[in-house]
Ligand binder design. Structure first.
Ligand code: PHE
Length: 341
């Protein structure tokens, strides 16, 4: 065929065969260029048009254009089917084996202190106590003054206070909830107020944030014996019927008389361990009969009503319940530990 240009029909037939034989996208691009590109065989024919008679030029030109359109359409069709094949191959390579066991998804659960709190709330509700809340960012007036702890009182030093701004503190105990709850209400009153409190003193047994549960009852004839009865029931519920309690005479400006309460170490059964500093006892919190002046500060007549109050550490209850030796374990984000609890 040297010298004689191929016929349009034979080019088209060759193109059809080449496109059909192209097995992947690069081969298709190459085949298309071979027939339709600037150096392709159809372009070669077009270059001969100039030497033809006008009538022959029109006929050949139309033939070339028709062939080009058909080859172009064929190449486009082929491209679509090759792309689809590639997608299918990719899917086949990465296909899922649906018979493999699934990856277990981790289930969240409540923090041990949250669980202790809910349990304590449920227990006190059986004794007729309702749950009250107060803010963690608290007025100095409620955290101290209304509890008879004025600015110059040495008892303030015992609370290493975080100040938010003058007159506003992170509450150092849950006792301000007593004031908030009693003001504007009249007895009989029976509440617990669990929540977080903040103190500056971080040490192995103390964390700058911990949780207390405040409890208080105001009624006619409420006595220290009632307070002890409630605390014994509480301790036994949380730590089991074998737990022993020890009341030590103490001082709080907002209770009189006052006591500090220890429970027998459940972890070592009082044989002595690091958690109880080998004493067999763990401090739990303070309690006492609500001071008459505190009742007055809340508009309650102390001649008629008496009240008791207590503030116990919730982490310590959770620690005994779950055999946790150190408070910091509760607040470090070690999920492996928390999952064991
Ligand atoms: N609020 C006191 C404290 O945290 C504890 C307490 C509460 C004492 C209620 C007496 C009555 O130190």
């Amino acid at each position: 065929m040297a010298g004689t240009p191929q016929s349009v029909e034979s080019i088209e037939a060759e193109a059809r065969a080449a496109l059909a034989a192209a097995d992947d996208l690069p081969a298709l691009v190459e085949a298309r260029a071979r027939f339709l590109g600037r150096k392709g065989s159809l372009s070669a024919i077009l270059r001969t048009l100039g030497s033809l008679e006008p009538q022959a030029r029109v006929t050949l030109g139309e033939a070339v254009n028709g062939a080009r359109d058909r080859i172009e359409a064929l190449a486009a069709e082929r491209r679509i089917s090759l792309e689809a094949r590639r997608v299918e191959a990719d899917l086949a390579r990465g296909r899922l084996d649906v018979t493999l066991p699934g990856a277990p998804s981790l289930r969240g659960r409540l923090h041990p202190v949250t669980r202790a709190e809910r349990d304590i709330e449920a227990f006190f509700s059986t004794l007729g106590f309702s749950v009250e809340e107060g803010p963690e960012v608290e007025l100095e007036r409620y955290n101290f003054d209304a509890l008879e702890i004025p600015a110059d009182h040495p008892a303030r030093d015992a609370h290493d206070t975080f100040y938010v701004r003058p007159g506003v503190v992170l509450r150092t105990h849950t006792s301000p909830v007593q004031i908030r709850t009693m003001s504007g209400r009249q007895p009989p009153l029976r509440f617990i107020a669990p929540g977080r409190v903040y103190r500056h003193d971080a040490s192995p047994r103390h964390s700058p944030m911990f949780s207390q549960v405040e409890g208080f009852l105001v009624d006619e004839g409420a006595s220290f014996a009632d307070l002890k009865g409630v605390l014994y029931a509480f301790a036994r519920h949380v730590m089991g019927s074998d737990v022993k309690l020890r009341f030590r005479a103490s001082f709080f400006p907002f209770t009189e008389p006052s006591a500090e309460l220890d429970f027998s170490c459940v972890l070592c059964e009082q044989r002595g361990c690091a958690t109880c500093s080998r004493t067999g006892w763990i401090e739990w919190g303070g309690c006492g009969m609500i001071h008459p002046r505190v009742l007055e500060n809340c508009g309650i007549d102390p001649e008629r009503w008496q009240g008791f109050a207590f503030g116990m550490g919730m982490e310590r209850a959770a620690m005994m319940r779950h055999n946790i030796p150190q408070i910091r374990l509760l607040y470090e984000p070690d999920v492996r530990f928390l999952e064991q609890v």
